[in-house]
Design a protein around this ligand. Structure first.
Ligand SMILES: C[S@@+](CC[C@H](N)C(=O)[O-])C[C@H]1O[C@@H](n2cnc3c(N)ncnc32)[C@H](O)[C@@H]1O
Length: 372
């Protein structure tokens, strides 16, 4: 996107270096040239493939998870299905279809999608025909009432600030212009505002990079408040870590391969790993209840993905069976998405522990209060 590179060059020339968070936000969300604003990046012909695009089993199991929340709430007459960053709408479509089979639930459902991309909104409208979704630019306008809120690979797209420990103290990583006008990383001379570091980080060493995502923290707190006021639960699924540890996780992906973060801005997906320990602390500080995180493999297994795969295999052709087996492997195996991806739930205080989080015996799968 030559236009976005020109825009960034002009902006930096006028205003000075920008933070990594500003760079990430501009690359993804610039109204005219931002990555998500201009394309549907999902699928084999795009840049990356997400879990719901791998198999219908993913959305179906999440739909049944949501139905169980609805039932434990006493089957209210009105229930909001809310998805943050729904991509092509595939997860919502599979989940809503599964939920429709639960007696009494379909008439209660209202669909709300938080989506910034006009291109993806069109795609979602086509996928979710008959569900009459309501779109929102931001979570502030979500409706009152009990809800299940799902965010799959949404938080990893929210901007991160990168703070660097130097011999002179903390500095913030910036994007600036080299002498020949290329984008390059730099550091602020000093930090204007002292950074609020994740609580789990105690002994950062010189050269360490700490990522903080004020946008993610704000949204996690807002979800917690929403559930406290209206009831229900949220499910956050993403790749990331269960402890707050130093590390540069900012990455660009284009055509299913890693790409230079500063090259061709706006043409590649930019993400950072989600710090689940920090999200959990944010929710708890807003008096919300956190469950997990657990690994995606453990979560889907607890929800019965193997049983669902067996059901689908019964009437499948040999080719379809091979696809089901391959999808199962990709979604659950530790070497694929099963371990890197984590699942964390937030719930209103009066709900029992949601499905998939009851059996948190293995300490390696869980995060404790202090992130240790
Ligand atoms: C990686 S895609 C995930 C899509 C989908 N959840 C899936 O699993 O296939 C990220 C989605 O979040 C949306 N998105 C990213 N940042 C957003 C923001 N700040 N506000 C609203 N939507 C956003 C994108 O447009 C896209 O729909």
């Amino acid at each position: 996107m030559a236009e976005l590179l020109d825009h960034l060059r002009r902006r930096i020339a006028h205003e000075g270096p920008i933070t990594v968070a500003q760079y990430m936000e501009t690359c993804l969300a610039h109204p005219d040239h931002g990555y998500y604003m201009t394309r549907d990046p999902l699928g084999a012909a795009g840049d990356f493939t997400t879990a719901p695009e791998i198999s219908q089993m993913f959305g179906e199991l999440i739909g049944m998870w949501a139905a169980q929340i609805w039932q434990t709430m006493g089957s209210p007459n009105s229930f909001n299905w809310i998805e943050l960053g729904p991509g092509r709408g595939t997860l919502s479509a599979d989940a809503l279809r599964a939920m429709s089979g639960v007696p009494g639930l379909k008439p209660a459902l209202e669909v709300h999608l938080v989506e910034m991309s006009p291109v993806l909104r069109e795609r979602q409208a086509a996928t979710l025909q008959g569900w009459f979704p309501n779109w929102h630019d931001r979570i502030d306008t979500l409706p009152d009432g009990p809800a299940v809120i799902v965010a799959n690979e949404f938080f990893d797209a929210l901007p991160v600030r990168q703070l660097v420990r130097t011999g002179q103290g903390w500095r913030e990583r910036t994007v600036e212009l080299s002498k020949d006008g290329a984008l390059t990383f730099g550091l602020t001379p000093a930090l204007g505002i002292a950074p609020v570091l994740p609580k789990g980080i105690v002994d950062a060493r010189e050269g360490d990079i700490i990522e903080v995502s004020p946008a993610s923290i704000g949204i996690a707190r807002a979800l917690s408040d929403h559930l406290r006021d209206h009831g229900g639960a949220a499910l956050i699924i993403d790749y990331g870590h269960t402890l707050s540890v130093p590390g540069d996780t900012l990455q660009a992906v284009k055509e299913h391969a890693y790409h230079d973060v500063l090259r061709d801005p706006g043409s590649a997906d930019l993400t950072a790993h989600v710090d689940f320990a920090e999200l959990a602390r944010a929710v708890r500080s807003a008096a919300g209840i956190v469950h997990g995180p657990v690994t995606q493999g453990a979560f889907l297994s607890a929800l019965g993905i193997h049983v669902r795969a067996e059901q689908l295999r019964v009437n499948a052709s040999p080719k379809q069976r091979a696809d089901i087996d391959s999808a199962l492997e990709r979604l659950t195996a530790g070497a694929a998405m099963g371990r890197l991806f984590k699942v964390m739930a937030i719930s209103a205080a009066n709900l029992p522990t949601p499905a998939g989080f009851e059996d948190l015996q293995s300490p390696s799968l869980t995060v404790t209060e202090d992130g240790s």
